[in-house]
Design a protein around this ligand. Sequence first.
Ligand SMILES: O[C@H]1[C@H](O)[C@@H](O)[C@H](O)[C@@H](O)[C@H]1O
Ligand SMILES: [Fe+2]
Ligand SMILES: [Fe+2]
Length: 304
Amino acid sequence: MTLIVDQPQLGVDAEDKSISTDSNELVLDGGFAVPETNSFGHTFRDYDADSERKKVVEEFYRMNHTHQSFEFVSKMREEFGKLNRVEMSIWECCELLNSFVDESDPDIDEPQIEHLLQTAEAIRRDYPDEDWLHLTGLIHDLGKVLLHPSFGALPQWAVVGDTFPVGCAFDESNVHFKYFKENPDYSNPAYNTKLGVYSEGCGLDKVLMSWGHDDYMYLVSKENRTTLPSPALFIIRYHSFYPLHRSGAYKHLMNEEDIENLKWLHIFNKYDLYSKSKVRIDVEKVKPYYMSLIEKYFPAKLRW
Ligand SMILES: O[C@H]1[C@H](O)[C@@H](O)[C@H](O)[C@@H](O)[C@H]1O
Ligand SMILES: [Fe+2]
Ligand SMILES: [Fe+2]
């Protein structure tokens, strides 16, 4: 790895780049400068670091792991898959998200729109020609609108955080694994073996994932007939599946297509995770570009 000298410039013009010779940044393949620490001075995804956020995050995972059971997920997927709650555009949804802070995330306490634009703009710098990937960055977390009162104000544990399959044994690589012991599926012999209700290589599409913003936004995109390509839908649907894309767990459930798509998810993840910072994006400045992408890949109004 190479040391570099400038900060990741997110949506900032070349002229007003403030160069810092901070040596705690590393360059990875795409050229994006991966910071070594988050805005709280800790390494990213450190769930044990003593910070103001530690307690909130741990309590979040206790609730999440206790309640995300096969039965709960099946019900939520059926209910929210109806998409009969709201009609709105993609951009309206971005604005709605502005009022939420994600309690599962040890790395950011900014309103969500910052994170969406930080991710998208960081990708755009390194992959200028992949416009579908820029838009994927912008929309990947829009499913967090499930927190909003017009969606029934779902609790955080039913919307955010890492995801994992239900219907088979919980893997130890899940953060705060210990809290799964409170989950009714933990001691259910139908669900607590390596394969559970699934078969080897069945494909992730057949696997029921814990309920949250990933699967919901996948359903919204698919049902509203987005023209985004397959890897985009895969990224949206599995970007919180850290046990798979970071730890390599649950790979036995993947099929050939999943293996191909996972390559793009690995690329995406770097930007999703490491672009989280206090660098603000000028929303009005970048809005016209993203509006043109939304128009290219989505209908004007979507059913949510
Ligand atoms: O806390 C975060 C956050 O909720 C992200 O949106 C999600 O994708 C991550 O997997 C999770 O760890
Ligand atoms: Fe997310
Ligand atoms: Fe994200």
